[in-house]
Design a binder for this molecule. Structure first.
Ligand SMILES: *Cc1c(COP(=O)(O)O)cnc(C)c1O
Length: 221
């Protein structure tokens, strides 16, 4: 199967209105180009150096999403290119993003990555900490950040009930925050190649799909 065919197959399973972010981490720029030629415009990367290198080499109308944990000292590297940070997971990162976006005189979209998978990969902002940060209210002064929604990674397990529970938890968090941030806060990013259809059934409005489009990765990050 080619990238073109895989992309068409994935798209055909997504209901209207659900965004597809093609996760191109580890795949060459040439693979991104094939998806681009098939009309795909949103791509996800988790390493800042790789995002910057691909962005510099590929068409400017691509919307690059940073989907992996972002260190504050790497923010500057991707600021010229990144459309959306899906992995806003700390107050420090929010401050760094605001500072660099302000310097670059631009706005950047952000999703709160919220922790749900407690046994395995503990990525994301712990919910209670995020709530406290939001209540403190400083986010209102961060005028270079556009708060777009919530992202999460379900527990890595074959136990479907656990994955569903994680998706439902993320949806509850999203629904609780939505009224605070207003109508532009419309994105619930959850689901990857193995579980994106389940994620959509549980409310995802954006899915992050890599290997189902580009083939098995040669190395795991
Ligand atoms: C790699 C990655 C994906 C895509 O994973 P696939 O299984 O290749 O679809 C989605 N989200 C995040 C945060 C990732 O790091």
């Amino acid at each position: 199967m080619t990238v073109f065919e895989n992309l068409a197959a994935v798209r055909s399973t997504l209901p209207w209105g659900v965004q597809l972010v093609a996760v191109s981490k580890t795949y060459p720029a040439e693979a991104v180009r094939q998806a681009y030629d098939a009309g795909q415009r949103a791509f996800g990367e988790n390493r800042p150096q790789e995002l910057a290198a691909k962005a510099a080499a590929l068409p400017a109308d691509i919307r690059w999403h940073q989907i992996g944990h972002l260190q504050t000292n790497k923010v500057r590297l991707i600021m010229p290119y990144v459309a959306r940070i899906e992995s806003l997971d700390s107050a420090r990162l929010a401050e760094a993003l605001e500072k660099e976006a302000s310097k670059a005189d631009r706005q950047v979209e952000v999703l709160f990555e919220i922790q749900v998978a407690f046994e395995s990969e503990k990525t994301g902002w712990p919910w209670e900490e995020l709530r406290a940060w939001i209540e403190a209210g400083q986010w209102r002064d961060f005028t270079h950040l556009i708060y777009k929604g919530v992202m999460g990674i379900a527990t890595h397990t074959d136990d479907k009930a656990q994955v569903v529970a994680d998706f439902d938890t993320l949806r509850r968090y999203f629904e609780e925050l939505q009224p605070l941030f207003g109508s532009g806060f419309d994105t619930l990013s959850m689901g990857m190649s193995g579980d994106y259809e389940l994620a959509v059934a549980h409310g995802a409005t954006s899915v992050r799909v890599g290997s189902a489009i580009f083939g098995a990765r040669e190395y795991k990050l």
